[in-house]
Design a protein. Structure first.
Length: 357
């Protein structure tokens, strides 16, 4: 009888503390997203959490009675997982979490130093944390400690697959598949490192592009997402032309992504920043004239930062020897409306005829 009463009391205690963690979880998630949110440099891919069941809590207490004498000793009843893109993001995220929560350093562990070749999915950083000791949060929630794991997407993928297969350590893996586990772990770890290296290369390349454009030494650089974006934002030749067009109506400039210009420039044979600069020099006067014809009697108040490309393309089509079919092919890159394509192609051919009577 006493045993049954104790068991009932135990279940009641477990349910009560689980209820507290259920109340804590959304509060933590909201704060964690606020702490980690960075629109300019997104590091976080996903935040998830889980709360242990009564059975799981009881099992852990029974397996490790020498370490946990009461349920209040557990620090992982609530577990958060932050999944990030790159290895180097882990420390940055950890720093932000340490700044936004209290951290129990003695119980926190960094498993990234493990050398077990099959432990790739477990090479995450584990913090034991709690809400700040701030009256903004109820005391009963501030006193609850919980775990947060920080790992990369590829580490997360590995851990999820390994968990799905049912193996949590190398000792449970049959010998005949242990080597393949190691091979898979090695491949994913290598991929993690390569992706980090690629990001470093892109950051360095962007710096070189910016420096080249600002110092007028970027003529040989091929057009890509980075070069077209930085050229549109920094090239004095382009910005001067854009300013002249905007001045026709006194319009303001709205920032727009210029990456969509790449297939259009490629169609016209513009492949490098040097080609683009020559295009601006060559087509400048015609582009301004065409812009005046279109805009002079309008009251347009806002213009896209890519509008200068629009008039440069028209100028090139007017001044070039493109056939009506080729003009329509170009216009089809920007519109699926056949009537609009026909109308604009006719406008271009008329402008060419008027310029060369």
């Amino acid at each position: 009888m006493n045993r049954n009463c104790n068991m009932d009391k135990g279940n009641q205690d477990f349910s009560e503390i689980i209820g507290k963690y259920e109340a804590l979880a959304p509060v933590v998630e909201e704060r964690m997203r606020s702490v980690l949110c960075d629109q300019n440099h997104p590091m976080m891919y996903q935040i998830t959490h889980r709360i242990k069941t009564v059975e799981s809590i009881r099992g852990k207490l029974e397996r490790k009675p020498e370490k946990y004498s009461a349920v209040s000793d557990l620090r992982d009843i609530l577990g958060f997982r932050v999944v990030c893109f790159f290895q180097e993001d882990i420390d940055q995220i950890a720093g932000k979490i340490a700044g936004g929560f209290r951290v129990d350093r003695k119980r926190s562990t960094d498993k990234r130093s493990l050398i077990d070749p099959t432990s790739f999915g477990y090479l995450s950083l584990h913090y034991i944390i709690a809400l700040p000791d701030d009256e903004e949060y109820p005391e009963e929630l501030r006193n609850l400690w919980f775990e947060v794991q920080i790992r990369t997407i590829l580490q997360h993928v590995w851990a999820e697959i390994e968990h799905d297969l049912g193996y949590k350590s190398e000792f449970g893996v049959p010998r005949m598949v242990r080597r393949n586990f190691s091979r898979a772990a090695s491949l994913l770890e290598t991929a993690d490192e390569v992706f980090s290296y690629i990001r470093q290369m892109l950051a360095q390349y962007k710096q070189e592009v910016v420096s080249g454009i600002e110092n007028d030494q970027a003529a040989e650089l091929y057009l890509d997402d980075i070069t077209i974006t930085e050229f549109t934002a920094r090239s004095q030749k382009y910005l001067s032309l854009l300013g002249e067009i905007a001045a026709i109506t006194g319009a303001g400039i709205t920032e727009a992504n210029p990456e969509g210009q790449l297939p259009l420039l490629n169609f016209l044979g513009i492949h490098t920043l040097g080609d683009l600069v020559k295009m601006i020099d060559r087509e400048h006067d015609t582009a301004i004239r065409l812009a005046r014809e279109k805009l002079e009697n309008t009251e347009l108040e806002e213009m896209s930062s890519t509008v200068a490309y629009y008039y440069l393309y028209r100028a090139m089509l007017v001044n070039g020897d493109y056939s009506p079919e080729r003009v329509k092919e170009f216009l089809a890159l920007t519109s699926r409306d056949q009537r609009s394509i026909e109308r604009n192609a006719q406008w271009i051919m008329n402008a060419r005829s008027a310029q060369n009577p």
